[in-house]
Design a protein around this ligand. Sequence first.
Ligand code: NOJ
Length: 518
Amino acid sequence: MAMSSLTILTLLALCHSSIAFRKFPEGFTFGVATAAHQIEGAWNVSGKSENVWDRLSHSRPEMIADGTNGDIACDSYNRYMEDVEELTYLGVDFYRFSLSWARILPTGRLDVVNPDGIRYYNDLLDALAENNIEPLVTLFHWDLPQALQDLGGWANPKMIHYFRDYADLCFKEFGTKIKSWITFNEPYEICEDAYGDEKKAPAVDSHGVGCYLCSDTLLKAHAEAYHLYNETYRPVQNGRIMISINSIWYEPSDPESAEQVALAEVANQFKFGWFAHPIFTSDGGYPSVMVDNVARQSAAEGLLKSRLEQFDAYWIQRIKGTSDFLGINHYTTHLITGAGVDPIAKSPSWLKDIGAVTTMEVGGDSASEWLRVVPTGFANLLRWCKSSYNDPPIYITENGFSDYGTLLDYGRIKYFNDYLNEILNVIYDDGVKVLGYTAWTLMDNFEWRAGFSERFGLYYVNITDPARPRKPKLSAEYFKELCATRELPKDPRFFEPSFFRTECRCFFLILIVWYVSE
Ligand code: NOJ
């Protein structure tokens, strides 16, 4: 039987729909992100004081994979105009960057305000405004002034006031130029990696204890900054303020296993819910499973009090609802394989408190051990956020892929393309309100304890050259086209040449159907 033209047309339409991507909705915005310590350099000039990363990388260089540090980094303190040129070339709507607390307030407190720090950020903001690029500014992206760490850092409740003071100064000095603020970048990394472990500076490694002292202080500090902005600055500056929460999304290794499904939910509550539940749910406070698990573990350890205390009624109310949007930094998905103590868990620890065994044996790889490529996990996380947090408006404040620094970075493009495609899916199929997307990162930069050994940039930076030249990678061209067209670029030059690309597969499918029907 000859294949009817209708069948051919239907097949063509089906094939086309699988390769013709939908446009991002009207008003959806695109940007790229950086962070002060990762790009600025100028670590000790013009009044900037030492921060916890300066201290760690100088005093314990063996803690940084390639022995580098942020002393010069991308030299953006001196070369910020080059950064603005790159942003303009990309055609982004916004630029997410962070303020260096130690550059603005060298003691961390209001007693000394560094005029050069204020000038630097005003210059950058003015250059962005001249090029119609909206700033999205993070107050705290991990670089605590060492002077405040010497007082206990985020384990010290006094930090609530110090952070509020710092935020107050920033709102006052820059608030007419900045309409979008992020209080904290990735509270999990701050509290668990830096206080509960030594994966980040200041590497306190107070596992199972410091991590929860930190979250207590950090969430209160966030709430105070939010209320300050909301009551004092928003009425005159008309901006918005949010928090960026990071997630490793956990899924059951065996989706048929009820135990693993339940444990994955527990892990997601421990990871994302730790900071999202107090702010984005109507009950507020830490997730009950977290409170219960830590109380149980603490009792088993012979403690009279839980290592994690629930907020009191005053703070539950004060923290609830303190974010205009849900900012999500997302990179990867890991799996849960069963109940028990994860073999890598310290005792006591946040990981042991979860009571589940995790594995990274999933998806494609990257240059970072922890970063597995699992685009569908992103969609699952976004759907979960919609249902768990009352359908919040969401900004993806970071998403990106690491390699070793190649200019033809097909792996990065594929990652962006597949993850962005999942965003389109959840927007159109599930009604998740994703309003913007931020690629991490504008240029290769100081990747914390990995130094410059793992590279996430759209631009390649040669860090052995004092001029720190930046070169656009292929992903920069991809991102430029994305920003210009508001749909996933289809130009074949962005995709690794492969015979079995989608179009070829579709062509062969038609041929086979035609042959069979003959
Ligand atoms: C999240 C952090 O915010 C950023 O500083 C870091 O470089 C990226 N993840 C990649 O690890």
